[in-house]
Design a protein around this ligand. Sequence first.
Ligand code: ATP
Ligand code: MG
Length: 313
Amino acid sequence: MTKKRLLTGLQSSGTLHIGNYFGALKPFVDTYEEYDSFLMVADYHALTSLRDPKALHANIINVVKDYLAVGVDPSKCVIFRQSDNQDHMELGWVLNCMVTVPFLMQAHSYKDKVAKGMDANAGLFTYPILQAADIALYDTDVVPVGEDQRQHIEYAREAVGKFNRAYGDILKEPAEKIIDGVGVVPGTDGAKMSKSYGNTIPLFGTKDEIEKAVMSIVTDSSGERPENVYAIHRLLKSAEELDPIYETHKGRYGDLKKMLAADLETFIAPMREKRNAITDEDVKAVLADGVARAKAVSNKTILNVRQAIGIAL
Ligand code: ATP
Ligand code: MG
């Protein structure tokens, strides 16, 4: 049986933390081989919010290193860059001509970002349609997303549907696959661990950085055990392993944190080592190979689209 095709986009907006790992990277690593998987670095999407060439350049390299370090094998999925394949811009334009401005104005993410003070540039406004093109170019069946991104897949379906109603069944309508994550990993202050909250345990941090972050976890003495410490510990060990330890170390929060820091170090050290061994040149080679494989699929789609809309002479 042929595998279904999966496409996911990578955005690197900062240093990854263990919440990102357990909520997004690990679920991907655990399932991507069941699909014909495409991993796209969404660097042109990043231009909607980032106007710092050095940062954009570094982000592109870093996000690929992160995924390789956590175990994604580039021979088992296509890792490529959006900007390396001009088909994305071309289909993005065509699909932009399918949807209306009032339809785009309903996008939650656009409204939220502008409400937070982000520049309301036209790229940000039409972003969901470039994303629709990213998906449709590869005859994508499933797009793994968090619950918050469900609307984007609906947008892709709408744009593709309008195209198909006008020109025949040319593009595939994607379905979303809501990821079963681990729920929300708490940060050192007990709120959701988030890059932008300064409450993270860095995924590729040094031993000292991890220890420092763990020692700063807020504990509250009202319960039987330090819940935030325990919740993070449970990502690494089972309740059967942990419960007796937490029982015998009741009230000794410092000791429990030291054990958590040691367990995190054991878990992270091999990935950190692997990441340190990946060079920028390795990343460029992976992306060069990836875009050739990506174009082998997308060039066919674009030819069909050109035929259908009447511009192929
Ligand atoms: P920001 O503060 O910029 O929103 P973030 O830390 O929330 O950053 P995102 O880039 O928004 O990270 O999310 C990347 C992925 O990691 C998403 O799939 C998201 O669901 C997941 N993720 C982020 N934070 C957590 C968390 N605390 N627990 C579990 N999953 C998380
Ligand atoms: Mg977030």
